[in-house]
Ligand binder design. Structure first.
Ligand SMILES: [Fe+2]
Length: 540
């Protein structure tokens, strides 16, 4: 089913090719006319389009103009001047009912990126958008607003306030995809294309969207299928060029065009295993490098103004409410963390990792998260973050060996956080994770070594889109890992993504897998489907 081009894929291509024919009706809306601006020599929409961070009344529309994505100095072959970009948002794919439109300046100082924050829209509905610049029309993107969060009626008794939600909840559903880790050299982005074909309402990308290494700086077992731009990324020009290379990929463009995304970075958007102001490579002037990486990240992602970086600081932890059904809490597990314990890596017998004062989130973000859980009236509380939260002992047999870069390296804070989950009273917490390059499903417990310790939440970890190349399924290794870590119930080393369907009653997670990515065209299939019934913080 997923192997045939979807309706969306077809229409997106058709819109790009049909040009001005699809402007019919646009002129009827005062703000909506896409009149030609100063001509450009070629198509400036080579990096695609995107939308993100939906609210109940709006969404961010993004594009970045580049005539030549791999042109010198990360400038995308663009002139050193600002360029007007017209945009339209309509309720139909043919743009016969344009409801918003306007002009934004694609500033050359921001790599000719455009972030339009549209507001005043209807909650819980689909919209279509497109841009025009230099006489060229962009492909059409599909996006949507979040459903409204019902405001409680003035209550005369405690029970009347809660009577609003059930009606809105009963019919609510949401399908979202979870993706992470897309090393460009390691394989083709077939997984992004398969994800797009499933037409989710929303896509969560949990980091390692791009990798900073130079060509062959990090090689997969099976070798490389394509090559990074010169690197490693250090300067603003390096990061801009690398993002442009990634964004040029047609499969990635399809995934952006199909739904709004919620993105947050992990390490490789900046540097491998960085921690706050500490560079893992000890390179000098890391603050400057981090500022460069943040600026390029903002320029290339559909983020709101609240995420505009101020030098080496950038806010990506944020909440997105999806009606009464779900609240997304997106975390930043890099910018505020203590340095990795015991010189990082896989370690046995590292007492420092257990130190009670160590933090991964930083106090402010931890308080913000616990507050967001305590005040959430949503049926599901979906915590999007980067690194494996469940304990994972990689040493078979006696003894323990764990990864200092993941939550195992910050064990006391994990316990505090999971205790906070419990005390917050937030309904149905589910942690969504990237980074591990393997699918995982796990129960999160206050004490992973105690079989009787209560489960507090469920963790679903998305494998990589491309990182580490063609995956595999090593049944022996899977059995060993699960025996060593009985709170982990599912593992798969193949490439893929997760598709979650959420209703008031349950969350179904389809772990999608592809047999290969070193050649194009692999189908995606469901490696496992796991169901979390509402009210039970465990998997069935
Ligand atoms: Fe990764």
């Amino acid at each position: 089913m997923e192997q045939t081009p979807s309706r969306r894929t077809f229409l997106s291509v058709a819109a790009a090719g049909a040009g001005g024919l699809l402007l019919t009706g646009a002129g009827a809306t005062p703000a909506g006319a896409l009149t030609p601006s100063r001509a450009l020599a070629a198509d400036p929409f080579t990096l695609g389009i995107a939308s993100g961070d939906p609210s109940a009344d709006g969404v961010v529309l993004w594009t970045r103009l580049a005539l030549d994505p791999l042109g010198p100095n990360g400038r995308g072959g663009m002139p050193s001047r600002d360029v007007d970009v017209r945009w339209q948002l309509a309720t139909d794919e043919r743009f016969s009912r344009v409801v918003r439109g306007g002009t934004e300046s694609a500033r050359w100082r921001r790599a000719h990126s455009v972030h339009v924050e549209v507001d005043g829209l209807e909650p819980g509905r689909e919209y279509f958008y497109r841009f025009r610049a230099g006489g060229r029309l962009s492909p059409t993107g599909r996006t949507r607003t979040a459903p409204a969060v019902p405001s409680p009626r003035p209550s005369v008794s405690p029970s009347s306030a809660s009577s609003v939600a059930p009606a809105a909840l009963a019919s609510a559903s949401l399908t979202f995809a979870v993706a992470a880790c897309a090393h460009y050299e390691h394989g083709f982005y077939t997984a992004y294309r398969r994800l797009a074909e499933q037409e989710p309402d929303l896509v969560l990308h949990l980091g390692d969207y791009m990798y900073e290494y130079g060509p062959r700086g990090y090689t997969a077992l099976g070798g490389s299928v394509r090559q990074h731009t010169p690197g490693p990324c250090v300067t603003l020009a390096d990061y801009r060029l690398r993002h442009a290379q990634y964004k040029s990929d047609a499969d990635l463009q399809e995934a952006h065009a199909v739904a709004p995304w919620l993105v947050s970075f992990d390490d490789h958007e900046i540097e491998n295993n960085w921690a706050a102001d500490v560079s893992s490579s000890g390179a000098p002037a890391f603050a400057r490098r981090r500022a460069n990486a943040f600026q390029a990240y903002y320029e290339n992602m559909p983020l709101r103004r609240t995420s505009v970086p101020g030098g080496a600081a950038m806010r990506v932890h944020r909440r997105v409410d999806w009606g009464p059904l779900a609240r997304f809490h997106l975390l930043d597990t890099r910018q505020f963390r203590d340095d990795q314990a015991c010189e990082d890596g896989l370690r046995s017998g590292c007492d420092d990792r257990l130190a009670s004062g160590r933090t991964l989130l930083g106090r402010d973000q931890r308080d913000w998260l616990l507050d967001g859980l305590a005040t959430s009236g949503a049926r599901w509380n979906l915590v999007g973050q980067q690194i494996l939260m469940a304990q994972r002992d990689v040493k078979v047999g006696p003894g323990t060996e764990v990864n200092m870069d993941s939550w195992d390296g910050y064990a006391a804070e994990r316990t505090r956080l999971l205790t906070g989950f419990q005390r917050s009273g937030a309904a149905n917490p589910v942690v969504l994770t990237g980074d591990a390059h393997m699918h995982h499903a796990a129960d999160l417990k206050l004490d992973f070594d105690d079989p009787d310790s209560p489960r507090v939440a469920v963790e679903l970890v998305a494998s990589s889109i491309a990182s580490d190349g063609d995956g595999y399924r090593d049944e022996g290794r899977i059995a060993e890992t699960i025996a060593e870590n009985p709170h982990i119930s599912y593992l798969d080393q193949r490439r893929g993504y997760i598709v979650c369907r959420v209703t008031a009653e349950e969350l179904d997670a389809d772990f999608r897998v592809l047999e290969h990515i070193s050649r194009k065209g692999a189908p995606a299939k469901t490696g496992a489907r796991l169901t979390i019934p509402a009210g039970q913080a465990s998997l069935t």
